[in-house]
Design a protein around this ligand. Sequence first.
Ligand code: PS7
Ligand code: MN
Ligand code: MN
Ligand code: MN
Ligand code: MN
Ligand code: MN
Length: 345
Amino acid sequence: DEKTVKLQVSGDMKRCYDFLEMTSRSFAAVIQELNPKLRDAICLFYLILRGLDTIEDDMTIPGAKKRDLLERFHEVIYEDGWSFKESGPDEKDALLLVEFAVVISEFKRLPVEFQDIIADITRRMGSGMAKYTRARVETMEDYNEYCHYVAGLVGHGLSRLFAESGLEDKSVGENLDLANSMGLFLQKTNITRDINEDVLDGRCFWPSAIWSKYADSEDTLIARSNRERGIEGLNEMCTNALSHIPDVMEYLSSIHEPSVFKFCAIPQSMAIATIALCYNNGRVLDDNVKIRKGEALKLIAASTNLDSVKCIFYRYLDEIERKNEPSNPMYEQVRKIVDKAKKDI
Ligand code: PS7
Ligand code: MN
Ligand code: MN
Ligand code: MN
Ligand code: MN
Ligand code: MN
């Protein structure tokens, strides 16, 4: 009867929130705090892209099969009962794809305007990921393009959802270059920090245009014997990420609804703290560095409005300036970027 149907419905969405907590340490909390007009849609958007990324990351799926899955994933999200049980043993989020039917059934209950935005981004991200199963990230253009596919497009989609919900101005869903930069700042921070893990997994997202100046192979890049040059490469990666800060500040100044602001700002605060930790820090090449739990909690609590976020950025830019050394090839460039960002702030 009707009561059972209602219970089943909320049961599927409940299972989706379980998956959110299982698959994301950082996003689960901010998504659950979102305004109810957006909460379920963004939870499902996250799970759909997490599913897509689980396929992208799985090196046990043969190339042709992987490209086919990535390219038709935007259709999969409408296929009742779809399930994928063939993930490799290392995929930590494999269970999400096994039980993907719960995501599909809830996705199809969203307002169709939300469905259209999510499906459009899934289509474009899947096709970009498929392209990069063959292509390597070589030039700076490749690097910006790959980051656009896997993160800039998330910024596009989220901004369109914010505008569609009526919680933010229509213009937020139209000026998508700033939204792209929001994603690029997060993705470049992740790629910069994860270098050791990624190279050991046989993957490298640092563009060869950068690392080839400091090492003759990806393995040499993280090798102890090449540490000084490796750190110079790391500093160039950090410097490149910092170039997105003006756009990040401009984007955040356009966001007004409090829960949407926190959702946008918290990951950016974590990212600037992570760049400050990674800058000139050889440990990044040895293993996975992370900001301390206590520091993360403080950032979450403080990222409530534009003024406090500006304060947070100012503080970490200061720290980067203190870690900057004249012997570093990036010295002048970092000084310029930091001085300009601090002036704007
Ligand atoms: C829909 C919230 C707020 C305008 C799964 C949030 C993986 C950095 O793989 O899990 O573990 O190294 O640490 C998120 C812009 C995307 C970009 C991208 C969807 C911000 C699939 C996040 C997240 C735009 C591809 C997570 C981009 O890192 O990576 C929703 C505004 C997913 C955002 C991936 C990375 C996200 C990422 P891993 P993480
Ligand atoms: Mn992660
Ligand atoms: Mn991936
Ligand atoms: Mn991944
Ligand atoms: Mn990563
Ligand atoms: Mn990771």
